[in-house]
Design a protein around this ligand. Structure first.
Ligand SMILES: C[S@@+](CC[C@H](N)C(=O)[O-])C[C@H]1O[C@@H](n2cnc3c(N)ncnc32)[C@H](O)[C@@H]1O
Length: 252
């Protein structure tokens, strides 16, 4: 367990307009940072494990919260390849960042992608009536570099909304640890701009470690199996799957 205290501070990118050149450049930096972090393969492996026992007949309904420009999950879709079942993915973000070309990229892989431009707390506060039906739950909700923006009651509200609307949940966040902090101070060496250099460091300070997300997860252990672990050099993952009565325990 690290002894870095968790500190959540507003990131510069979140205050910039979608078409601000510094924001656009920082989003491109983020794609390169994901390559260094190995995020695609971390997510692909975790998704494989999460859906392993699911019958492949119906399309998998997947929601990404804070999806940004949608390029990360497109890379994950490419990594998963054609053996993966058909997927209907919804890319939710409060900014409208997903391009036609990204949507076409999903289509070429046989995935059906759509966007939802909404603040996640409006999503959390206004469940469609049908969401109370277990059949209306998302097969998987994914969050990458997203939960670390939040703390306290806001994070609790978000996790409660996810818990009630998902069959499976996967989060991949910055690991709050010395090595990740050192790495975040070095993103300038790969040519990252000032926004990215600032936000990388803030993200690690706001990241997670140990079993922090498990402690916050509101799912009843009788109904959810979960696992929280370090992944790669810089990431921290939490995954949870509804297991039904008697099936509780850690995920493999
Ligand atoms: C660090 S980016 C991560 C993007 C993508 N998930 C990835 O890993 O490449 C965080 C994203 O969360 C979005 N975001 C931040 N706060 C949000 C909120 N309250 N509701 C919806 N989206 C939000 C931002 O617009 C941004 O696109």
């Amino acid at each position: 367990m690290t002894n870095l205290p968790r500190i959540v501070a507003a990131e510069t990118l979140d205050g910039l307009a979608e078409d601000d050149p510094c924001a656009m450049r920082s989003r491109r930096d983020l794609q390169r940072i994901h390559r260094l972090m190995g995020t695609r393969s971390i997510l692909a492996r975790a998704l494989q494990r999460l859906v392993v026992s699911r019958p492949a007949a119906a399309p998998l309904r997947l929601l990404e919260l804070g999806a940004g420009d949608g390029s990360l999950m497109l890379g994950v879709a490419r990594t998963l390849g054609p053996r993966w079942p058909a997927v209907e993915i919804t890319l939710l973000d409060r900014q409208d960042l997903v391009t036609r070309s990204t949507l076409d990229g999903y289509a070429r892989l046989g995935w059906t992608a759509s966007t939802q431009v909404i603040d996640v707390f409006d999503w959390a506060a206004n469940p469609p009536a049908a969401v109370r039906e277990p059949s209306a739950r998302w097969d998987v909700i994914v969050a990458s570099l997203f939960l670390h923006h939040f703390e306290g009651p806001a994070l609790a509200m978000l996790l409660a909304a996810i818990e009630s609307r998902a069959r499976r949940f996967l989060a991949c966040e910055p690991r709050r640890a010395g090595l990740a902090l050192a790495g975040s101070h070095l993103v300038g060496a790969m040519g990252a701009n000032a926004v990215t250099r600032n936000d990388a460091v803030l993200s690690v300070h706001a990241g997670f470690c140990g079993q922090e997300l498990s402690a916050l997860w509101p799912g009843d252990r009788l109904f959810w199996a979960s696992s929280e672990y370090s992944a790669g050099l810089f990431s921290h993952c939490f995954s949870a799957r509804r297991s039904g009565l008697g099936g509780a325990g850690a995920l493999p």
